[in-house]
Structure formats: C-alpha cells, structure tokens
Write a protein of this length. Structure first.
Length: 163
C-alpha cells in the first residue's frame, strides 16, 4: 500500500499522494480530518478548494446560502450585535480623536488618489490585506508605511516590549 511505503523509520508519515491531481505532497498540504485513518483528508487542499468552489456555483448551493443569510438576519443575529459595535466605535473615536482623524484623512487621500496604496507589504513583500501604519505618529496622517496584518502586529508587539 502506498501509505505504508511512505512511512519513515521513526513511524511517521511525511507525505501523501492526492488521488485527484496525482501529486505527492507533504501532509501539511492536506486538511485535517479526524474520520480518516491517517488524520488527513483524501485530497490536497488545492484540489479540495477547487471542488468546493465548483459546488458553491451551483444554483442549489446559492439558494442554500441565501436562505442561511435570511435566517441569520431574521433571527436578530446581526441586529443584536450592531448596536454594541457602534457603541464601541463611538467610544474609541471619543477616546482617541487624533487617531480617528488620521485614519479618516488617510482613507480619503487614498480614495482621491493623493496617496497610492502599495500592493505589497513594506517589510516582507507579501500581498493581501494591508494596513497603513503611521510610523511618524498621528501628526503626519499621510506619511504611512503599508504593512501586512502579521508585520503590523509584530511591529506593535515590539513597541510594547519594555527594553
């Protein structure tokens, strides 16, 4: 059996073949699945995502998603949480007006094209969701460096470490 041939001397399986694409990949590329003997899904994550996105495009899946959202809306899920969120946002704006003003100024400058938002992180070069970090302080709202979520969190974590 292929799974047994992939076992190492120390007793652990290191790789697995995806039956859909036929590639041998590391176990990290397979989703966790407690019902499978090896604890990983049969198909690699890439093939799984392709299959899932194809299923979501069917009319039945769209209708099911629509009904799920209607049910959540009707049972008050969003209605109950929105007032708390709005109160929290108002409180943050009241406590830190300079931060709020800097964020609004940056947001408007990006919308108008005065400030160009980078497509990659200034530290690690990854794409995705980027934050504008006011590295000189909130007195300079348009002077920012664009950081991914991870680098932004690291930067603030380093700033809090006493030293």
């Amino acid at each position: 059996m292929f799974v047994q041939s992939q076992r190492k001397a120390r007793g652990g399986m290191r790789s697995k073949r995806c039956p859909r694409c036929g590639e041998v990949k590391s176990l990290a590329e397979f989703h966790l699945s407690p019902t499978r003997p090896d604890g990983r899904s049969a198909h690699c994550g890439h093939c799984y995502n392709i299959t899932k996105s194809r299923r979501r495009r069917t009319p039945e899946a769209r209708q099911k998603a629509r009904m799920w959202h209607v049910a959540r809306r009707d049972n008050g899920y969003f209605r109950d949480r929105q007032p708390k969120r709005n109160a929290y946002i108002r409180e943050v704006k009241r406590k830190h007006p300079e931060q709020h003003a800097a964020r609004v100024a940056l947001r408007d400058a990006v919308r108008r094209g005065i400030v160009l938002k980078s497509s990659t992180c200034s530290k690690c070069g990854s794409g995705g969701l980027l934050h504008g970090h006011h590295h000189k302080g909130y007195d300079y709202p348009l002077e920012v460096i664009w950081l991914c979520v991870v680098c932004h969190a690291r930067l603030h974590g380093e700033a809090r470490i006493p030293g």
